[in-house]
Ligand binder design. Structure first.
Ligand SMILES: Nc1ncnc2c1ncn2[C@@H]1O[C@H](COP(=O)(O)OP(=O)(O)OP(=O)(O)O)[C@@H](O)[C@H]1O
Ligand SMILES: [Mg+2]
Length: 296
């Protein structure tokens, strides 16, 4: 992975037995079961007279195979956070380690290669190219790797079959329904066989039934492709089914437990030693009787 990108990219400390980047060893200990580690992450924008601090001191870990939902009100910074996890944007402070890669050390070119190799990204607006077919859209990340077209199309066809769209593969993306477009976006995200799937409101613009079908598909793909998945959603029932839910609220992360049906309860603060950085406790919010959340 990293070594394929560039030898000057320092790896996650665990990848080299702690020999590299010791001062960035996170406070929480973590091992090969961890895919993503976020350390004291801050993002602010300086477009207005006052800086807009979206979040600060975010600190969390996601283990391989976890399915994590991120919820929070509009404008809380959920999309921005996903962008940082995918090295699409740079944090104002803090570090992200993902798939043994320290994202802060990547050049723009290395970040693009990292994304193409490790990340499947489903955008809030799916960003399919409407004048290209479903097949061409799904094959796009492989064509960007200069994979020969027949091989790329064969792989894309396989993914479109998995998402139930083989019969539509020669349709232009602009001719597909919203649910179908979102399924093509999933096929495109997974065609490179990434380890981490980041999906920004993948069911956000769909009616309930279609949203359920797309989420059911996502759950299946998560399992069959052995993914680690992080989903932004406003749907608390979908969040509950993810097994672990983080809420971004007023610049901090809260870990939630949700009742069946997505109902909420009173919140309590539950500092977690393995997630805690001195001075920056993660706030955990419990919803008694709900699904137990995994902790790092
Ligand atoms: N490039 C930018 N420059 C300045 N402000 C920005 C920029 N990008 C996002 N913002 C602001 O950051 C805030 C968070 O945006 P973001 O898109 O991350 O929110 P979100 O939680 O995903 O919201 P939604 O649920 O509506 O998608 C918003 O108030 C937005 O206006
Ligand atoms: Mg958003």
């Amino acid at each position: 992975m990293v070594s394929e990108l560039s030898s000057d990219v320092e790896q996650h400390p665990t990848a080299l037995g702690g020999a590299v980047a010791a001062r960035f060893v996170p406070a929480a200990s973590f091992d090969d079961s961890v895919l993503l580690h976020v350390e004291n992450l801050r993002k602010e924008y300086r477009s207005g007279p006052q800086p807009l601090v979206l979040f600060d001191a975010l600190h969390f870990t996601v283990r391989r195979g976890e399915m994590v939902a991120i919820v929070g009100e509009s404008g809380a910074g959920k999309s921005t956070l996903l962008h940082l996890l995918a090295a699409l944007d740079r944090p104002s402070a803090g570090d992200v380690y993902c798939a043994s890669t320290w994202l802060g050390k990547l050049t723009a070119g290395q970040a693009a290669a990292f994304r193409n190799r490790e990340i499947g990204y489903v955008w809030q607006m799916h960003y399919l190219l409407p004048e290209f077919t479903a097949l061409e859209n799904a094959a796009m990340p492989l064509l960007a790797r200069d994979m020969p077209r027949p091989t790329a199309f064969a792989k894309a066809r396989e993914l479109l079959r998995e998402v139930g769209l083989e019969a539509r593969m020669h349709h232009l993306a602009g001719e597909l329904s919203g649910g179908e477009q979102q399924r093509v976006a999933l096929a495109r995200a997974l065609v490179t066989e990434p380890r981490l799937l980041l999906a920004d409101e993948p069911t956000g613009n769909l009616d309930n039934r279609t949203a359920e079908a797309v989420f059911g598909l996502l759950e299946r793909l998560h399992t069959t492709h052995r993914l680690t998945s992080i989903l932004v959603t406003h749907n608390l029932e979908i969040a509950r089914r993810c097994g672990r839910t983080l809420r971004l609220h007023e610049g901090r992360l809260h870990e939630l437990r949700l009742h069946e049906g997505g109902s909420e309860d009173t919140s309590i603060e539950m500092p977690n030693a393995s997630l805690e950085t001195p001075g920056h406790p993660i706030v955990r919010t419990a919803f008694p009787g709900g699904n137990s959340t995994g902790t790092a």
